[in-house]
Design a protein around this ligand. Structure first.
Ligand SMILES: NC(=O)c1ccc[n+]([C@@H]2O[C@H](COP(=O)([O-])OP(=O)(O)OC[C@H]3O[C@@H](n4cnc5c(N)ncnc54)[C@H](O)[C@@H]3O)[C@@H](O)[C@H]2O)c1
Length: 270
């Protein structure tokens, strides 16, 4: 029996990269998983991978930058699987520019996707996580079990990063969000934690030379690699493993922390 048997999880940004790996890992651990992404095709692929591996998944194509869409996503989850126990706030993007070249559009887009989606989805989850736990406490004196919220922050929230003012502002706010929500929701048996990945190979960190708005220059990739003690880039599964640990009962007494997962990146808090 998997350690997340009988649990229902919602993972945002689960069509690709870290979110996909996390959705797959939670499903492998026994959770029924709602795969959310703004892009339908990769989201359906993730769900198919889960089903092919013997797990249970549903898909929600909602852009939770919009609060109404976040509410619809959570309601869809509960209608499909009956409840919501685990929320992994993972959706994120980068739009890198040096600070002096930023404008409102670049600032708001990155804040909206990295912080706004996490705010909206977590807010939308409250009736099904906080209120349900509150009713259990009223009836039995304690919540039936620990419910879990995790966020994907980034190690650059600790270190700063040239060209990422917008992104570090959002990811830094996630650190503070984690601490505040851990304090507010702890009395309801809801653990709130974050993972701060270092350099993980996904489309966000692919060589920019390949084109597109995402990615980083190859020279920066090589500089980053030289800083990693374990001598390799992270893989999405390296981060998924830590989300999976934090949402499991193995981490029932951990709340309000952000775990750096960087392969021992110098200057990267781990
Ligand atoms: N790759 C890294 O090195 C790294 C390092 C630190 C933190 N992170 C963070 O990890 C998270 C996942 O990033 P990734 O590297 O897997 O990137 P990715 O681009 O491979 O995956 C992110 C997914 O989020 C989806 N998404 C974007 N906006 C969305 C929205 N509004 N609602 C729902 N889904 C949305 C995208 O469509 C995409 O499928 C992000 O929060 C990112 O900031 C990544």
């Amino acid at each position: 029996m998997g350690r997340l048997q009988d649990r229902v999880a919602l993972v945002t940004g689960a069509g690709r990269g870290i979110g996909r790996a996390t959705a797959l890992r939670l499903a492998a651990d026994g959770a029924r998983v709602v795969v959310n992404d703004v892009d339908a095709e990769p989201a359906h692929e993730t769900a198919e991978l889960i089903t092919a591996a013997g797990g249970e998944a549903a898909v929600g194509i909602f852009d939770t930058v919009d609060l109404a869409a976040a509410r619809e996503l959570v309601v869809t989850t509960v209608e499909r699987f009956g409840k919501l126990d685990i929320l992994v706030n993972n959706a994120g993007i980068t739009r890198d520019k040096m600070f002096h070249n930023l404008d409102d559009e670049l600032f708001s887009t990155v804040l909206d996707v990295n912080l706004g989606t996490a705010f909206h989805t977590t807010l939308a989850a409250m009736p099904y996580m906080r209120e349900v736990a509150k009713a259990e406490i009223a009836a039995d004196g304690h919540p039936a079990y620990h419910r879990k919220i995790t966020f994907t922050s980034s190690v650059v929230a600790f270190t700063g990063n040239p060209g990422q003012y917008n992104y570090t502002a959002a990811k830094g706010a996630i650190l503070a969000t984690t601490k505040t929500l851990a304090r507010e929701l702890g009395p309801f048996g809801i653990n709130v934690n974050a993972v701060a990945p270092g350099f993980v190979e996904t489309r966000l960190t692919a060589a920019k030379e390949a084109g597109g708005a995402l990615g980083i220059p190859e020279a920066h990739r090589q500089m980053s690699l030289a800083m990693i003690a374990l001598g390799r880039f992270g893989q999405p599964e390296d981060i998924a493993n830590v989300h999976a640990f934090l949402v499991s009962s193995d981490a029932d007494f951990i709340s309000g922390v952000t775990i750096p997962v960087t392969g021992g990146q110098f200057g990267g808090m781990g």
